[in-house]
Design a protein around this ligand. Structure first.
Ligand code: B12
Ligand code: SF4
Length: 518
């Protein structure tokens, strides 16, 4: 029995009714029984198990050029699915943001995970693998919100979250009785999800330890994918999160020291979040990254607990410095006048701010854009993740712009945040693109990157031993430059690039045309 196998069988159960426990346990109980008896397993020639290759897509067919992002951490779906996979198959995980798809793979089954804008690419990849005789299945956010658009391209799809249904799907895959569509229970409890397979993350990721502590968010932001079909904010048992963060024996020691909690909003239930942070503090990470909504920073105890847990990076949706733009997308929890003070609160405690920032919100004006680089500097954010607003298919924002007849581009592969796909009420596409490029250019110039780093460093006060203080400076410097280079690289390859001089290496196919927004 290997370490992973042990950790799966040592699952903890939250107190609750017996029926709740049984409902949650059932997939694992089924998996455990079959694992013990090795029932449905079919051996390949040479006595090998069938092989499953899980691919988390990233290259956008619509962009025509391959783009290997310098992201420090992988997304979660691939290694989470691998962790849930019963041992009737061998598993490999491929992150397309790190390496190209291996069409020569000896895998029998291919599982694709992709976001909305990657759907055209996913359909093409599926077609290629099917032509090679592979069984190809899909799941993820787009397959969940728009299954009818996805199902025709795959042998089978999963609608919803994987934990309750994926083990069954794998058994059916191996047993040759795969159904066309599996539908998971809506918003199931999050107890007893096995740890992700960190051992399967490509070595180029500096921070392989990623997990989700909660799902959902209580806010109504109109552009957010979570508001396509609202579900309650759900939290995982604290001991399950800690078990994930410590299921890392497979990693070299230096990669066990940093972790990312990838929740949409870790602060959706602050009392629970504080409990989680108290436990994480005991793990003595060198650095923890967390995502949460900005109003959490009104709670000083939360901020202190972040610091105590050695949080070194907070991802926050700042989105705009224009109050009326924030109100227009119902982001009422954001108050522009609080930004500077809140960011400083974090910076003084050695926590870097990494903030989502949106262009083309309906109330944006050319005056607002003209002062933006300076105002971003004034609020003092460390790194921004800029993007052009996307009316993600099915969100309230999509319904609004669609009803007003303002969608100008229905190619789904353009819904990635670097294209303007709807008509703005006040600004021309040129004004928006110019502002977007300008902010990217100014914010990610080396001069400004170094200046912000100096500003952050000079705010640090020695509040611990010399060793701990030195470690804090070293780790924040590493994360700061990783994030800045990641975003600068994105700007260089995706925003500021003159594509006319590049040689296209990926041919678009009719799948792009088929995957249009309805
Ligand atoms: C890490 C992250 C990133 C990373 C990496 C993204 C990637 N996929 O490669 C980076 C920083 C690059 C990124 C960028 C963007 N992101 Co992002 N990102 C995330 C984040 C924080 C975590 C993703 C994750 O790992 N989730 C955890 C997994 C486990 O959840 P899940 O995908 O729902 O998976 C479950 C099921 O769907 C299912 N499942 C998933 N895959 C599969 C596959 C199979 C075969 C099966 C059976 C089941 C299955 O099982 C899972 C477990 O239950 C999410 C927020 C979040 N917490 O989800 C946003 C999120 C995914 N991002 C989002 C967006 C919009 C973007 C951007 C387009 C934003 C922008 N405008 O800049 C860009 C894309 C930029 C670009 N051009 O490349 C949206 C997605 C909207 C959508 N439906 O497409 C999200 C949900 C944020 C939000 N609330 O709106 N992102
Ligand atoms: S606060 Fe963030 S996660 Fe929550 S609804 Fe708004 S955009 Fe989505």
């Amino acid at each position: 029995m290997n370490t992973l196998f042990r950790s799966r069988t040592e699952l903890n159960f939250k107190t609750g009714s017996k029926q709740e426990h049984d409902a949650v346990r059932e997939p694992y109980a089924t998996w455990k029984r079959s694992a013990d008896r090795q029932v449905t397993r079919k051996l390949r020639p040479g006595g090998r198990k069938p092989k499953l290759l899980i691919i988390v897509l990233f290259q956008n067919l619509g962009d025509e050029y391959p783009y290997y992002a310098e992201s420090p951490a992988p997304p979660l779906p691939g290694i989470l699915l691998a962790g849930l996979t019963p041992p009737v198959v061998d598993v490999e995980v491929l992150h397309e943001m790190a390496r190209p798809i291996d069409y020569g793979t000896d895998a029998d089954f291919i599982a694709l995970s992709f976001l909305d804008y990657l759907a055209p690419h996913a359909f093409q990849v599926a077609r290629r693998f099917k032509a090679l005789g592979k069984i190809v299945v899909a799941g993820g956010k787009y397959a969940t919100t728009h299954p009818d658009n996805v199902e025709p391209y795959f042998d089978s799809i999963l609608v919803g979250e994987a934990p309750g249904m994926w083990p069954t799907m794998v058994h059916h895959m191996v047993g040759g009785n795969l159904q066309r569509r599996y539908v998971a229970e809506a918003a199931p409890p999050l107890d007893n999800i096995p740890p992700p397979r960190y051992d399967l993350v490509e070595s180029k990721f500096a921070t392989p330890i990623v997990t989700e502590a909660s799902r959902g968010c209580p806010h109504p932001c109109t552009y957010c994918a979570l508001n396509i079909k609202r579900t309650a904010h759900r939290t995982r048992p604290v001991q399950d999160i800690i078990r994930d963060l410590t299921a890392t024996k497979c990693l070299p020691w230096h990669k066990r020291k940093m972790a990312m909690i990838l929740d949409n909003n870790f602060g959706g239930d602050l009392r629970w979040a504080k409990e989680v942070l108290r436990e994480i503090a005991k793990l003595k990470f060198w650095a923890l990254g967390v995502q949460f909504s900005i109003e959490c920073l009104r709670d000083d105890e939360f901020v202190e607990l972040l610091a105590a847990a050695n949080c070194r990076m907070a991802f926050i949706g700042m989105e705009s410095l224009n109050e009326s733009s924030l109100a227009g997308v119902r982001k009422h929890q954001n108050k522009v006048e609080e930004y500077k003070e809140f960011f400083e609160k974090l910076h003084r405690r050695g926590i870097l701010t990494f903030c989502g920032f949106m262009f083309a919100l309906d109330e944006d004006t050319s005056e607002y854009y003209s002062t933006l680089p300076q105002r971003l500097d004034d609020v003092g954010v460390c790194v921004i993740l800029p993007s052009i607003a996307i009316p993600i298919y099915g969100t309230p924002l999509y319904d609004e712009v669609n009803a007003e007849g303002r969608i100008i581009d229905r190619d789904l592969s353009h819904y990635e945040g670097d294209h303007l796909v709807f008509r703005h009420p006040l600004l021309s596409p040129d004004e928006i693109h110019t502002a977007y490029r300008n902010v990217n250019r100014v914010f990610f110039s080396w001069k400004n990157i170094f200046r912000r780093w100096m500003r952050f460093m000079t705010m640090q006060r020695k509040d611990s031993t010399s060793m701990q203080f030195a470690l804090k400076l070293l780790v924040t410097t590493f994360i700061y430059f990783k994030l800045s280079v990641f975003q600068r690289d994105h700007a260089k390859k995706r925003v500021l690039v003159d594509r006319s001089e590049q040689t296209p290496v990926v041919q678009q196919e009719s799948a792009v045309v088929e995957a249009v927004v309805a």
